[in-house]
Design a protein around this ligand. Sequence first.
Ligand code: NAD
Length: 584
Amino acid sequence: MTLTGARERRVRTGGVELCVAELGDPEQPTVVLVHGYPDSKEVWSEVAGRLAGRFHVVSYDVRGHGRSTAPEPLRGGFTLEKLTDDFLAVVDTVSPDRPVHLVGHDWGSVQSWEFVTVKRTEGRIASFTSMSGPSLDHFGHWIKQRVSRPTPRRVGQLLGQGAKSWYVYLLHTPVLPELAWRGPLGRRWPGILRRMEKVPGDDYPTPSLPADAAHGAWLYRDNIRSRLRHPRADARAHAPVQLITPVEDVFLSPRLYDDLERWAPGAIRRTLPAGHWIPRTRPDQLADWITEFVTSVEDERPVPVASGRHADRFGGQLVLVTGAGSGIGRAAACAFGEAGARVVAVDRDTESAVRTAELARLSGARRAWAETADVSDERSMEKLAERVGEAYGVVDVLVNNAGIGLSGSFFATTTDDWREVLDVNLWGVIHGCRLFGRLMAERGQGGHIVNIASAAAYQPSKALPAYSTSKAAVLMLSECLRAELAGQGIGVSAVCPGFVHTNITSTARFVGVDAAEEQRRRGRATRWYGLRGYPPEKVAAAILRAVVRDQAVVHITPEARGARLLSRFAPGALRAIARLDPPL
Ligand code: NAD
């Protein structure tokens, strides 16, 4: 098996022959992708294909892996010094005159940290993107610091990473790993990767896996103990670094990178809600971040990293917010903008959507666009999904926020009133989830859906039968969808705010009263919400947090949290409150 369309050549170095694959135009900047353990260069095929349009992409089988030969004897044949020789031999062949952009995953990243911190590679590396593989020197200092100055937190971090490293101890035992990999573990590994890591397709790993894994055990044996005991004191990076951390990695704690600034000043940090094998599970996002980083370094301009909260998580992601022309939707669009996302602001009111896109751009959005659509209209939403898919790509975060208020007793609420509220508040969410959620699921690279419900979802009121029903349905829909999409790396959150100071009170309808009385009630509600003074920006911050933490249900404002507690522990009290006349 090869990287699709790659040109292959052999490079001889230190008694081994390395199999090197190249894609793209050699005149373009060279990106060298280094694979991990137990992998071969094909782990990069998805990412390499996406980068090949812009760069000269090179990947090679590390010695003893894939179609590269193994050193003899194996013991002592995998030291970081020898791996550095291999790297230099490859780059001298594929890019003799220009420094390369290095990208490493797992052990590919561990060895790349060596490449980027030793003297003899200076001037040969233009940038380094690291994922799921720390420098053994940095790791050694990390352990030493925690052992020499233990605090409960530091001991916890040590024990946490110690538990995640169980396989490292096993790989140090003689013969056993080789027997396991060449026997049952080698046969079962593809299934394990699919089940545990959600690695899609059946074209990876390659048939060389048992031999790769058996040889690669020497990566650990030749380096780990000696380096962790005697880490180099001067292991500073001599090229700009981008660190991509998958936060659900079962092998590495994100805490390992706490001291990164000491070794790589100004390093760019990115986080992904994903497991260890991101080159297979998140190729779009990786290709995007690598492209942005490499292009900035090549053009000698700063990497466009936003300053807002969660910029590491949302930078460059495509976020679509409905009802973005006002209130919570506008605040959410701006907060995602501040975090450097690409924002699509959707509203049925074109002018206000355009204004929100402008504000998102001013807040720091990498790009922002306005789109007009009526969420209650299936056809309008289908057209929106088509336009967005063609023009901007698959949405990473969808916020189904558009909603309208309607107050009045059950018998004052006509069937048309019911239809209007359910069409916007419930069907709008259903259309959004169906159309954009399906594309997310089909892409198979995760994502997140946020549905804005309300505290009214669990706080009954005789004044809000239609609105509360619509929001209770949104809450349950979110829970059901969350269960359905859990296995696909797509999170679903329901956000339930209490009283938030927005335009909703001045546009809400009050049924069962004449026009003058409706106007008076709107005015009183607006004044009352104004006095309460809870800003939509706080809801927006909670929306971003809900995505980062993958929270199922978020209750915002003290009154929402109070109602939630009553609904669980004193539902009778909540029912008594439901009978009160609203103070309007
Ligand atoms: P808002 O009136 O300030 O903003 C709502 C936006 O949605 C407006 O720009 C409006 O044009 C747009 N919109 C309405 N119907 C639409 C449709 N059919 N298609 C496309 N866009 C449409 O209201 P808000 O307070 O920001 O409300 C946002 C969401 O938060 C709603 O779902 C609302 O029910 C919910 N919510 C609000 C509060 C609150 O106190 N403000 C409390 C709980 C929940």
